[in-house]
Design a protein around this ligand. Sequence first.
Ligand SMILES: Cc1ncc(COP(=O)(O)O)c(C=O)c1O
Length: 366
Amino acid sequence: MIHVTQPSLAPLDEFLPYLREIWSTGVMTHNGPFLQRLERELASRFDVPDVVCVANATVAMQIALRALDVTDGEVITTPFTFVATANIIRWERCTPVFVDIEPGTWNLDPAQVEAAITPRTKAILPVHVFSAPCAVEAIDEIARRRGLKVIYDAAHATDVRRQGRSLMTFGDVSCLSFHATKLFNTCEGGACITRDPELARRLRRMRFFGFDEGKEIVDDGMNGKLTEIGAALGLANLKYIDQVKANRRRKYELYLSCLEGRENICFHTYDPDEYNYSYMPVIFDSETTLLRVEAFLKARGVTPRRYFWPALHLVRAVNPNGHRGSLPVAEKISSTVLCLPLYDTLADDDVRQVAGWVLEAAGRPD
Ligand SMILES: Cc1ncc(COP(=O)(O)O)c(C=O)c1O
């Protein structure tokens, strides 16, 4: 079997000393020493003043919306994303307003964001899809001019820079995922990143039941903590992030060298230095071709994934009142994109084999 992804893990013997320490101190959670160290090391790595680690990216977005007082009204977002992005807007009793994406990057189109703003709009929640940065300058400028908050779903975009500047420094808050399948993982986990120290304090209180440093209940709160075991795994894995990224990039480029230049296969637009190579999305000329390739690969023990399908504005559970007009780019992209297996330990021969099968299946007549 070749799965779409596999976790990147430090050698077990480098993780065990952390576990021994947890076993001897009995400190397993609650802002423990490993969590504090991980937050410091991530802040330094990402070149940001502070990192507030939480249980996962979904909780990160939930806390961020609440901390920015986005508790009603409309939140403009993309339909080409994982369901968590839209779920969390509804969970916070706001209404997701879906607007279309750019045909190249597959990220929110700033012109369409501007056109969708109404007196009820409170925030914009764009996604750095597959880790390629959104048009952050344009989106932040619109938000400033129209008095809106910006929360970036940066679940895919760990360790990405935009023209040399940390991508995490745009918007009000960026929300990262450290899930097992991501570039960098703490098993389950995530983080909120903001440049505003007062907002960071509020995010910390909210992840910890609303307690302040003196354990007084001073704010809305929930249990959004990252455990010491998760933080320890993060510390062990963090040492390998450059190696993991470089390996993924090599395999991504190997896929490209096998697949580029074919009539019915294309790729998204990305800057090679502003991408973390978490995903290997390919786009086919039609859904029929995609389904043929998917079935062909599955029959040979390869499990690609349809990230992200269906487009969320078409899903009744997240958009019960229907969308405002059609979103043709998102509909076209979501029905024709397939993510091929990509992880740092994937063998080069497997990349060549998968690419060969993709070409074989894509080349067949409908
Ligand atoms: C775009 C996007 N946002 C949010 C999430 C949720 O992340 P988590 O599993 O850390 O809650 C995911 C998960 O893969 C995702 O792809």
